[in-house]
Design a protein around this ligand. Structure first.
Ligand SMILES: Nc1nc2c(ncn2[C@@H]2O[C@H](COP(=O)(O)OP(=O)(O)OP(=O)(O)O)[C@@H](O)[C@H]2O)c(=O)[nH]1
Ligand SMILES: [Mg+2]
Length: 341
C-alpha cells in the first residue's frame, strides 16, 4: 500500500482534500485484517434499519464473506459484531437480519428511560449503549447492489493512518426512476442543502464529497463524547462536532465507487433538508459563526467574494472544483435615481 501516513498540521479544505482523500483500491481486506490484528482493535458494525427487509440480508451476507477472507488471511475477522438497530419495522426487517446472523435490537427497547426513539439519529445513539468495539462503523441498510468494499473501505485510513480518527464514505450517487438512470442525479439534499451550508458556515468541511453519507467509522470513545441529534440531523451534527473535537486533519474520506440507494419523495427530502439546516443553524449559533464581534471567527464565505468549493465523485476519482462567486448587492434604485437627479 502506498498510503501517506504523515501527520498534517492545521489544514484548510483544499489541503485536507489533497491529503485525506483515499480510494478503496489503495486498501484490501487481507492487509487491513493483518493491520487490525497487529493493533489488537475490535470493530462493531452498526446498521440502522427501517423497512429494509429487501436489502439488509445481502449486506449482512457481504460482511460475512469479508470476514471469511479476513480469517483466511490474518486469522481474525475484520468486523467483530454486526448490530442491527431496527425501527420495529413491520416488513420483517428484524427476522431477515436475525436469520442472516446479525444481533438485532429494537430501537425502542434501548435506553428505555428516554422513551420511544426519534428517528435515525436516535437509533444510532441508542446503538452506542450496546457496542463495545474499539471502532464503531455505521452503515445504511437501504443500499442495493451492495459491494464488499462498502464494508472495509472506510476502515482503510482509520487502521493505517495514525492521525485519522474519523472516516466518511464518498461515492457517486445515480438517480434511478423506473428504467431511467441519471448518473450523479442522487443525493439531492447533499447537493442542495448540505454542501452550500457547509461552504457558508463550516468551510473547513467543504471538501467532503458525501457529507451526509451513512457509512462512517470512528473510535467508540469519540462517538461517545459528542451529542447525537435525532432524525436526519444526525450526520450533519456529527460532522460539525467531530470537527470541533478532533480537527480536520483527523478526518478522512474514501472513494467507494458508486452507491445506489432507495430514493425518497421530494416532499420527504424537503423535511430532511430542514433537519440539516436546523442542525447547522444550532451549531453555528453555539460556535459564534454569525457573531461579527472581533474575537469570534466569522467564515470568510460571508464576505462579498467567496469560493464555492464543490467536492464531487467522478469516474476519474474525487475532485474538488472551485468557483469564485461574487455576490454584489445593488443599492435601492430610488436612491440611485435620486442621486442622479
Ligand atoms: N432504526 C432506524 N433506522 C432508520 C430510521 N430512519 C432511517 N433509518 C435507516 O437509516 C438509513 C438511512 O436512512 P434513509 O431514510 O435512507 O436516509 P438517507 O440515506 O439519508 O436518504 P436517501 O439519500 O434518500 O436514501 C437506512 O438504512 C434506513 O433504513 C429510523 O427511524 N430508525
Ligand atoms: Mg438512504
Amino acid at each position: 500500500m502506498t498510503i501517506s501516513e504523515r501527520d498534517l498540521g492545521v489544514v484548510d479544505a483544499a489541503e485536507w482534500f489533497q491529503h485525506r482523500s483515499y480510494e478503496y483500491t489503495q486498501f484490501d481486506v487481507e492487509s487491513l485484517s493483518r493491520r487490525k490484528s497487529e493493533r489488537g482493535v475490535t470493530v462493531d458494525a452498526v446498521l440502522p434499519g427501517r423497512n429494509v427487509a429487501d436489502t439488509i440480508g445481502q449486506i449482512i451476507d457481504e460482511i460475512g464473506s469479508v470476514n471469511e477472507r479476513a480469517v483466511a488471511a490474518a486469522g481474525t475477522r475484520l468486523v467483530d459484531r454486526v448490530i442491527v438497530i431496527d425501527a420495529d419495522s413491520p416488513d420483517g426487517t428484524a427476522d431477515v437480519a436475525r436469520r442472516a446472523g446479525a444481533e438485532v435490537f429494537s430501537e425502542n427497547q434501548l435506553m428505555l428511560s428516554h422513551g420511544g426513539a426519534h428517528g435515525k439519529g436516535d437509533a444510532m445513539w441508542r446503538a452506542l449503549s450496546v457496542t463495545d468495539g474499539d471502532l464503531v462503523m455505521y452503515m445504511d441498510t437501504d443500499t442495493k447492489d451492495f459491494r464488499d468494499e462498502l464494508v472495509w473501505g472506510v476502515l482503510g485510513p482509520i487502521l493505517t493512518v495514525p492521525q485519522v480518527r474519523y472516516v466518511k464514505a464518498a461515492y457517486r450517487r445515480p438517480f434511478k426512476s423506473g428504467e431511467e438512470a441519471q448518473e450523479d442525479g442522487g443525493g439531492r439534499v447533499t447537493e442542495l442543502s448540505a454542501k452550500p451550508l457547509f461552504n457558508l458556515f463550516y468551510p473547513e468541511l467543504a471538501g467532503f464529497v458525501q457529507p451526509l453519507a451513512g457509512e462512517f467509522v470512528a473510535d467508540r470513545e469519540l462517538f461517545g463524547s459528542i451529542p447525537f441529534m435525532t432524525g436526519y440531523a444526525v450526520e450533519t451534527n456529527i460532522m460539525i462536532d467531530v470537527l470541533n473535537r478532533v480537527g480536520l486533519a483527523a478526518m478522512a474520506q474514501v472513494d467507494l465507487g458508486t452507491r445506489q440507494n432507495r430514493h425518497q419523495s421530494l416532499r420527504d427530502l424537503s423535511r430532511m433538508s430542514y433537519a440539516v439546516l436546523r442542525a447547522v443553524a444550532r451549531r453555528m449559533r453555539q460556535d459564534g459563526r454569525l457573531d461579527m464581534s472581533a474575537d469570534r471567527r466569522v467564515p470568510t464565505s460571508l464576505h462579498q467574494f467567496s469560493d464555492y468549493l464543490h467536492a464531487v465523485a467522478t469516474p476519474d476519482g474525487l475532485k474538488l472544483n472551485e468557483y469564485v462567486e461574487e455576490l454584489v448587492e445593488r443599492p435601492p434604485m430610488n436612491d440611485v435615481l435620486r442621486k442622479a437627479r
